[in-house]
Design a protein around this ligand. Structure first.
Ligand code: NAD
Length: 256
């Protein structure tokens, strides 16, 4: 407890799923957490439930100027920025056939998953320039492993890894660390939304993903948002002070 006492953190996509787990963990560890999300209702409700150290801020991460304004206002309100978690993401269509797909959400998926992370990294780094800090970018096991579905999503998540490792080299000069977490499949609304886009019902789809994952995951149990939050806590604190440009899968040891 209180490993993040006195620290200020922003968690994008913090209103749901893995971002919510990270926001809850950081608040429990004493941080001041700004939950930044497009979901006003969910974000405001979560911030209220988490108490005084949590606040909600409307943000669409695919708008770089809005990301800049958000980091400015957080620093103005809370006196600094120590930790930036670029977590907001969307799954996009499943692309059963990439060739015949109309690529309708091509720009949305790259805009949120990749450009959102790039803008979040840039504007957080601008605020951390004189103090140092930790930037945590959320990729996915789908950004490491190839597969015959969600190709745009996989491409966006692979790009997050390469971008983060590269920008970490420049930012190391200012003592800003940049690390990447690649979660395995964890039941959240994001998985359910992929199901709806496929025309399957969310429960059936989640059950299929669960059994697929179980088959090649050495650690027998399913992952949770809290498992991912533990990794985020490591990267957020001084425990990882000599760690940057690193990719950490949190996937129960999943074998490709
Ligand atoms: P989720 O759908 O539960 O939460 C995503 C949050 O991001 C939501 O609150 C949503 O409102 C917000 N969001 C979406 N678009 C946004 C935008 N443009 N601006 C701001 N906020 C926006 O999903 P999740 O499973 O918690 O996913 C969180 C991150 O983890 C994503 O980047 C996802 O790709 C990644 N991830 C998830 C899994 C998994 O199995 N759940 C696996 C690997 C990686």
């Amino acid at each position: 407890v209180n490993e993040l006492s006195g620290k200020v953190a922003i968690v994008t996509g913090g209103a749901s799923g893995l971002g919510q787990g990270i926001a809850e963990k950081f608040v429990a560890e004493g941080a001041r957490v700004a939950i930044a999300d497009i979901d006003d209702e969910g974000g405001a409700a979560l911030a209220a439930a988490l108490g005084d150290r949590a606040s909600f801020h409307h943000l669409d991460v695919s708008d770089p100027d809005a990301v800049g304004a958000l980091t400015d206002s957080v620093v103005e309100q809370f006196g600094g920025l120590d930790v930036m978690v670029n977590n907001a993401g969307v799954s996009g269509t499943m692309h059963p056939s990439y060739v015949s797909d109309d690529l309708a959400d091509f720009h949305t998926v790259l805009g949120v998953n990749l450009l959102g992370v790039m803008a979040g990294t840039k504007h957080a780094a601008r605020q951390m320039a004189s103090t140092g800090g930790s930037i945590i970018n959320i990729s996915s096991i789908g950004g490491i492993q190839a597969g015959g579905s969600v190709m745009t999503y996989r491409a966006s998540k692979a790009a997050v890894i390469h971008f983060s490792k590269s920008v970490a080299i420049e930012l190391a000069q200012q003592d800003i660390r940049v690390n990447v977490i690649a979660p395995g499949s964890i039941p959240t609304p994001l998985l359910a939304s992929s199901a709806v886009k496929m025309g399957a019902d969310a429960e059936t789809f989640t059950a299929i993903i669960r059994s697929m994952m179980a088959a090649n995951r050495p650690l027998a149990r399913e992952g949770t948002a809290e498992d991912v939050a533990e990794a985020a806590l490591f990267f957020a604190t001084d425990r990882s002070r000599y760690v940057t440009a690193t990719l950490l899968p949190v996937d129960g040891g999943t074998i490709a």
